[in-house]
Design a protein. Structure first.
Length: 318
């Protein structure tokens, strides 16, 4: 099994990306570490669904509070601000109206480093202040981020190949005043696959003075949700690269069947710009090139129509 590598190009969210996440507070066993793992995540109960959208920072109500951020991930309640670069992802802060909370990271917290592959490891110290119910509190902590395995992953919503697992151990102290503080520890396992701009799955265990808190989430593959170049549904996997593209876009389609696909390219207004009809697909891996050199710079949506199902992706033309 090939060892995948995460980069800024294949992992950072793009403005306009949307993801459907299924969440639960059930404890889930993360399985083992190492090469060529076959992870199966089960134990999912009382799930809830949220849609996470990548927004411009300036379009959000708290954007001015996070000047270093360049993208905001909004789940309908909470605004999570990031500074995403070619070298990695940093958490710049969090804000919400319900409950009313603003967390500003005076020392941004590392989320991912690039390039990232099996054996990568990062140690990061972070700090932030936040206001909760008119009380200002200070957090000081550290985290160790280790890419401790690769292999295949099965969740209640799909099967994935060439997946990296990232193991994050995070400890922090929250100070209300110098003599009143609380200590927390957290372990998070996340599974990533190149060209999917969100973790496919995440399990979290938090230990604190009052007990233990569990949380898990899975990405639900949905053909009407953007932000996934490699999507697996009905034994079909589609990969679109490079993205952004300057001239020729490469499309790889893996299918278990002999079939035909219609490919549409539409601009951000939905206007049809180009179409390829009844492109022959053979069983296995198929490669298709599309020359976009004459297209103006901007965002375009590519629809792949197979068996009356539309798979959507997005590409940026430089």
């Amino acid at each position: 099994m090939a060892q995948p590598t995460l980069t800024s190009q294949n992992s950072n969210p793009i403005i306009g990306d949307q993801f459907e996440m299924i969440r639960s507070q059930s404890p889930v066993s993360p399985g083992g570490s190492g090469a060529n793992q076959s992870w199966t995540l089960t134990g999912f109960s009382n799930p809830t669904s949220v849609t996470v959208t990548a927004l411009t920072v300036s379009s959000t109500p708290f954007g001015s509070l996070f000047p270093i951020a360049n993208v905001c991930m909004f789940d309908g309640t909470q605004y999570n601000y990031y500074n995403n670069t070619i070298n990695g992802q940093e958490i710049a802060g969090i804000a919400s109206n319900n409950p009313s909370i603003t967390i500003s990271f005076n020392n941004p917290e590392q989320n991912l480093s690039f390039p990232n592959n099996y054996g990568s490891s990062t140690i990061d110290n972070f700090g932030n202040t936040y206001t909760l119910s008119s009380n200002t509190q200070t957090v000081v902590g550290s985290k160790t981020i280790t890419t401790d395995g690769y292999g295949s992953l099965t969740t209640p919503f799909g099967n994935y190949q060439n997946v990296l697992r990232i193991n994050t151990v995070r400890t922090w102290t929250t100070y209300i005043n110098p003599s009143l503080f609380s200590f927390f520890s957290e372990q998070v396992f996340e599974w990533y696959s190149p060209n999917i701009h969100m973790p496919i799955a995440r399990t979290t265990t938090v230990n604190y003075s009052n007990g233990v808190f569990f949380n898990s989430s899975y990405l639900k593959i949905n053909p009407n949700v953007t932000g996934i170049e490699g999507r697996i549904k009905d034994n079909i996997e589609i990969t679109l690269y490079p993205n952004p593209v300057s001239s020729v876009a490469n499309i790889s389609i893996y299918t278990d069947y002999v079939e035909r696909v219609n490919i549409e390219i539409r601009d951000i207004r939905g206007v049809l710009m180009r179409v390829k009809e009844k492109e022959q697909l053979n069983k296995g891996l198929n490669n298709i090139n599309m020359d976009l050199s004459e297209f103006n710079s901007g965002v375009y949506y590519i629809n792949f129509i197979l068996n009356n199902t539309t798979y959507k992706s997005k590409i940026i033309k430089l």
